[in-house]
Design a protein around this ligand. Structure first.
Ligand code: ASP
Length: 343
C-alpha cells in the first residue's frame, strides 16, 4: 500500500473565517480530513498529516519555511512514497520553484496543492485538489516538485498564479502540463526530468535564501538612480523583469551605466520578460542588445518566481564563481527553462 506524507503549511484550504477574514486555524484539518469518505477509499494511498506549529498565510512563507518543508521531506523520505504539501496559493509558485532546486537528487513526487475556497466552504475546490494530489503523490513516481490544481499537473518551477478568484488559479505559460488529469490520469512521461536533472546519490537538501537577491519590474520612465540604489551592495543578484523579448530603454546612458557598474562588481542581473508567454532574446532588438552589453544574463523563458529561486540557489553553492552562476542561470537544471531551438 503506497504511503503519502501530507505537510500542512497553511493557506486557504485549511482556513476558517474569523472576524470577517479568512485565517489559518491550527489542529482543524486532521479532524476535517477524517470526515471525508474519498480519503478512505481503498484506491487512495494511506496518508499521514503533519502540520506546521503555526499555520501561515503564504504571504508569510519564505526561505525558513522552504527549509522546514524540505527538511520534512528529507526526514520522512525513506518512509513514504510521496509528499503532498498543502500551501497557500499566493506564493505557491515561489515555494515550488525553491523546493525544485533545494531537493537535490529527488526521486519521489512532491505535489504542492491548496484551494481557492476552504474545505469548510460548501463550494470548496479543496476536496478534488487534495484527493488527486494524494493519488499523484502515492502512485505516480514523478521524480519532481509539481503543483496540482484544478485538473492541471504543472512542473512547479514553471507555474505561476494567474487568477485571484477563478478555480483555475495557475498556469504554466511556457511548458505544457506534465499530464492530462481527467477521468483518466495520463502522465506525459517523456517530459519528466531525467536522471541528470535529478542528481544521484540520494536526497540532499541545499540551502536557499541566504544570499541577497531582489526582483525589479522595469517601467517606462524608470530613473537610473532608482536602479543604482537597488543594485548597490550588499545586493548579489537581481531578476530584472524587462519589456517583451528582454528590452529596456537605451536612451538614458546613466541607466545602462548603473547596470554595467553592478555587473562589473559581480552582481548577477538576470533578464526575464514581463510577458508571461515566450522567451527573452537579447539579440532581437537594438535596445535588448544594449542591455546585453551592460553584462546582463538571459533568463530565457523562466518565470520571475523561478529565476529568483534559481539565482539564490546558485549564489549559495560552494565552489561556484560569478561566471559559473551566470552560465548555470542559462542552463536547464530542473527543467525550468527551454533553450532556443529545443523542442
Ligand atoms: N492568501 C492565501 C494564501 O496564499 C490564498 C490562498 O491560499 O489561496 O495563503
Amino acid at each position: 500500500m503506497p504511503r503519502v506524507k501530507i505537510i500542512h503549511t497553511g493557506g486557504t484550504l485549511g482556513m476558517v473565517r474569523r472576524d470577517g477574514n479568512w485565517r489559518p486555524e491550527s489542529d482543524l484539518l486532521a479532524g476535517l480530513l477524517e470526515t471525508l469518505p474519498e480519503l478512505k477509499d481503498p484506491e487512495l494511498p494511506e496518508w499521514d498529516l503533519v502540520e506546521f506549529r503555526e499555520l501561515l498565510d503564504s504571504s508569510n512563507v519564505g526561505p525558513s519555511e522552504w527549509e522546514r518543508i524540505a527538511g520534512a521531506v528529507l526526514a520522512w523520505y525513506d518512509d513514504f512514497d510521496g509528499f503532498v504539501v498543502i500551501h497557500g496559493t499566493d506564493t505557491m509558485a515561489y515555494t515550488a520553484s525553491a523546493l525544485s532546486f533545494m531537493l537535490e537528487g529527488l526521486q519521489k513526487p512532491v505535489i504542492l496543492t491548496g484551494a481557492q475556497l476552504p474545505l469548510v466552504h460548501p463550494r470548496t475546490d479543496a476536496r478534488e485538489n487534495l484527493t488527486t494530489s494524494l493519488l499523484l503523490a502515492g502512485t505516480s513516481d514523478i521524480p519532481e516538485v509539481c503543483i496540482y490544481f484544478n485538473g492541471r499537473l504543472l512542473r512547479g518551477n514553471r507555474a505561476t498564479k494567474t487568477d485571484t478568484s477563478s478555480y483555475i488559479a495557475f498556469d504554466s505559460p511556457n511548458l505544457r502540463d506534465l499530464g492530462d488529469v481527467g477521468v483518466v490520469i495520463n502522465l506525459h512521461r517523456e517530459m519528466l526530468c531525467g536522471p541528470d536533472d535529478r542528481g544521484t546519490g540520494g536526497l540532499h537538501v541545499a540551502t536557499l535564501g541566504r544570499s541577497v537577491v531582489g526582483a525589479f519590474r522595469l517601467f517606462p520612465g524608470v530613473q537610473a538612480k532608482t536602479l543604482r540604489s537597488l543594485l548597490a551592495p550588499p545586493l548579489q543578484g537581481l531578476v530584472l523583469e524587462c519589456f517583451g523579448t528582454g528590452n529596456a530603454p537605451n536612451k538614458d546612458p546613466e541607466l545602462l551605466a548603473a547596470i554595467r557598474e553592478a555587473t562589473d562588481r559581480g552582481v548577477v542581473v538576470v533578464v526575464v520578460s514581463q510577458c508571461s508567454r515566450g522567451a527573452v532574446d537579447l539579440g532581437q532588438y537594438e535596445v535588448g542588445a544594449s542591455l546585453a552589453l551592460a553584462g546582463v544574463t538571459t533568463g530565457f523563458d523562466m518565470t520571475a518566481e523561478c529565476a529568483l529561486a534559481k539565482l539564490s540557489y546558485l549564489l549559495e553553492r560552494e565552489g561556484l564563481n560569478v561566471t559559473d552562476v551566470r552560465r548555470l542561470m542559462c542552463t536547464p537544471l530542473r527543467g525550468e527553462l527551454s533553450l532556443p531551438g529545443a523542442s
